[in-house]
Design a protein around this ligand. Structure first.
Ligand code: ADP
Length: 446
């Protein structure tokens, strides 16, 4: 593909405005020509009419009109008048034969205007009492005057265009300054930078203000995503490094002392097993979190049986008393994996963070346009300041319980991602007399 010559906004705008300006001047000059021509024509027509009317009014056959006629056209040297009577007598001003001769051999005529070799004449003829009067008015001087004015105007227009070009170019350049600034700033943005880089948002013009604003918005979101991804990778490696270091330590211990002291194998194996299980859980959680968008398409599923299944699978591992308040049936469009994962994480958390002899309430209610799932426990509770943070990946409210309560801080991040996928909301609040209530609201499709 041949790449076309790149045109800058400044040159485009300059060309456009100069084009408009020249066009405007041409139109003004054309209007002048038309108006001036009309004026000349009207002037000559009025003059010719005045003369013929005066002759008609003054007419008496007895007079010697040859000497009189010159007075009617005396004002203009090259005007002519001629009277032909019913008895074929001719009276005319001195130059009339010559002028009427020219008109006879004219080049062309537009209406009553006769274009001869030696000038332009307005010709009028009128019949009265079987006589005829002919008048020719020379308009050369007027045409010359208008021509002179036209040349002056064209010259003035040309000078105006010459002056306007640099001014228009400066104006166009000033108009495109915000664009140039943005383009320069964009080229200096380093996508790998730790700090958020944005472009200057000009106040005007509104269009560029909007573009810069939207671009900054995009940059901010992009930056947040990149930072989150970086944090995620850092956290994930950190979290995996700890159990791995423990496993390697015990493997080394077995390698060095296993033969001489075989009892270390028995001591190390449960540790290796526990840490390997922890890593497996974490990797599964990470895979769920990162891959849940690509799972199967949602179908209509009945939710209460899924809740019951998840709760009973947890009953084996935890000793709390689980109370379920569920409708007989509640059909909803969701993938069963997503819903299972949602319930499992919330109910397991309730069990993990509450005493073994406390009750856990799980309820599901369906309204016309949404359904509400709540999971309430009587455990340690979550401080108000942390109620947002617990949904961040790897966030654990109290790092000190990290060793006593198994977990990786990913469960609620998975819950949040699933809820967002179905355009729902999740709220965390305190339970009475103690503990936490998670309330999930999912919209029902109309
Ligand atoms: P994990 O349980 O693996 O640590 P989660 O993402 O499921 O990770 O939870 C994040 C943190 O939120 C937990 O570490 C815990 O501090 C807090 N949390 C979650 N659920 C509850 C609950 N029901 N009661 C008290 N704290 C909770």
């Amino acid at each position: 593909m041949i790449e076309g010559k790149k045109v800058t906004a400044t040159s485009q705008l300059t060309k456009l405005f100069i084009g408009l300006f020249v066009g405007l001047l041409v139109v003004v000059n054309l209007i002048f020509i038309v108006a001036a021509s009309r004026q000349i024509y009207q002037y000559a027509a009025d003059q010719a009419e005045d003369i013929t009317e005066a002759v008609v009014k003054d007419w008496t056959p007895q007079r010697d009109w040859s000497s009189l006629l010159n007075a009617y056209v005396a004002r203009q040297d090259d005007d002519a008048i001629e009277i032909t009577t019913a008895t074929k007598r001719h009276y005319h001003s001195p130059k009339a034969p010559k002028i009427f001769g020219r008109i006879h051999h004219r080049r062309f005529a537009i209406k009553d205007l006769q274009f001869t070799k030696k000038g332009i004449y307005y010709l009028r003829q009128q019949h009265f009492s079987r006589n005829r009067v002919r008048v020719a008015i020379n308009v050369d001087d007027l045409v010359k005057l208008v021509g002179l004015l036209l040349v002056t105007m064209i010259l003035a227009s040309f000078i105006m265009v010459l002056i306007a070009i640099p001014l228009i170019r400066r104006l166009a350049r000033r108009w495109t300054v915000p664009l140039t600034t943005i383009s320069q700033e964009v080229s200096t943005i380093d996508p790998t930078s730790k700090n958020l880089q944005t472009v200057t948002v000009p106040d005007s013009p509104v269009e560029i203000h909007k573009v810069a604003f939207s671009f900054n918005d995009l940059l901010t979101r992009q930056h947040q995503v990149i930072q989150r991804e970086k944090e995620f990778v850092a956290n994930a490696s950190h979290e995996l490094k700890t159990p791995l270091a423990g496993i390697l330590g015990h493997v080394n211990l077995i390698k060095r002392h296993g033969q001489d002291h075989p009892e270390v194998i028995g001591q190390s194996l449960p540790y290796i097993d526990r840490e390997a299980q922890r890593m497996k859980r974490m990797i599964n959680d990470l895979l769920t979190l990162e891959g849940h968008y690509s799972q199967e398409a949602p179908t209509i599923v009945d939710l209460p049986p899924l809740i019951k299944e998840e709760v009973s699978s947890l009953k084996g591992a935890y000793h709390q008393h689980f109370n379920c308040d569920l409708p007989i049936t509640c059909r909803y469009r969701i993938t069963s994996n997503d819903f299972r994962s949602l319930v499992h994480n919330l109910v397991e958390n309730a069990a993990k963070y509450s005493p073994a002899d406390s009750p856990i309430e799980v309820s599901l209610q369906k309204a016309t346009d949404h359904l509400v799932l709540t999971v309430a426990d009587q455990g340690s509770g979550i401080t108000p300041a942390n109620r947002e943070k617990i949904f961040d990946r790897f966030y654990r409210e109290d790092e000190s319980h990290a060793s006593s309560i198994p977990g990786s801080g990913i469960g609620l991040a998975i819950v949040k991602a699933i809820i967002e996928k179905y355009h729902g909301t999740i709220k965390v609040g305190p339970n009475q007399p103690c503990g936490t209530i998670f309330t999930v609201t999912l919209p029902v499709e109309k």
